[in-house]
Design a protein around this ligand. Sequence first.
Ligand code: 8ID
Ligand code: ZN
Length: 352
Amino acid sequence: MPEIPEKQWAQVIEKSGSVEYKQIPVRKPGPDEVLVNIKYTGVCHTDLHALNGDWPLDRKMPLIGGHEGAGVVVAKGDLVGDDIQIGDHAGVKWLHGSCLSCDFCQQADEPLCPKALLSGYTVDGTFQQYCVAKAAHVSRIPKNVPLDGVAPVLCAGITVYKGLKESGARPGQTVAIVGAGGGLGAMALQYAKAMGLRTLAIDTGDDKKDMCLNKLGASAFVDFAKSKDVVKDVMAASPDNLGPHAVLLVAVAEKPFQQAAEYVRPRGTVVCIGLPAGAYLKAPVFSTVVKMISIKGSYVGNRQDGAEAIDFFSRGLINIPIKKAGLSELSDVYDKMKKGEIAGRYVLDTSK
Ligand code: 8ID
Ligand code: ZN
């Protein structure tokens, strides 16, 4: 049996806007739970929304954020079955738990469960060394998969993979990724490529441009801050100048949510994923109708989407730039994220 300490390091939000690195007790798992020794955890922009409390959704307080945690199962409750064992590698994702019996859960739409529990939001998450998680919902991670690389798959990867499926785009077609230089965006470029799609990246700055074009396989990059007319430039970069077949909106700003319907291709689909605070969608009724476009939302993924997203990663198809920091440095990562300075994803080592 692995030795489990009584105390551990964690990043705790006591009040909106600030986080404190301190020692807290290690919890014991309940009957249907496992205790995961988190080795690495990604930092998602959702964690910054949770820190600031800028969404119309109540969160736990005090709160330990984080929902991209990869680690090792060190304890399990009495009701947990044989399919998960001590020593197994597991991932803690945003969807911490769901009732498993409502209309949505029965149809594998568990993110829509009215009783869904959310890691790092309504229950404590992965910015701690030992995290309790519902056994039914932890992702199974094969032992040959590196835990630092797979951590961002647990939210960013699953979410964009699901979003790409929801877009209905088929191999050979073009998908615009709006916010391509961030964590979800970088993942979206890689999943889209692995799914046989062409990608068009929209974001800003030379670092992100270089990453999107030279590391992640985008066929074009539109800099939204330099462009005089984003709609025109996106159309010009797409096949026949008719616009991309699908648009994945993963930016944390309202404006792109009000532009996408204008450049998406006739019959195309706009998939909203990013959650900028207080933002509203906008689309001209006339062109929505005569172009027969679809606009929809996409919210994380179910357990099967998670397993598939991890499988893509384990086959070596997903490779995004990862920046490393210690769990103790979370505040610095938030500062960079606020300024939009992170190309790709930060992953925290919980031992530092
Ligand atoms: O299930 C979901 N729907 C889900 C899951 C996970 C995360 C939704 N999210 C949400 C987060 O809460 C957040 O609101 O997706 C959003 C993006 O998360 P992220 O990728 O973790 O954020 P980031 O790494 O900060 O990247 C955001 C990028 O958007 C760019 C920025 O430059 C940055 O690279 N961006 C902005 I701000 N404005 C833009 C614009 N006008 C833009 N890119 C293009 N056009
Ligand atoms: Zn997330």
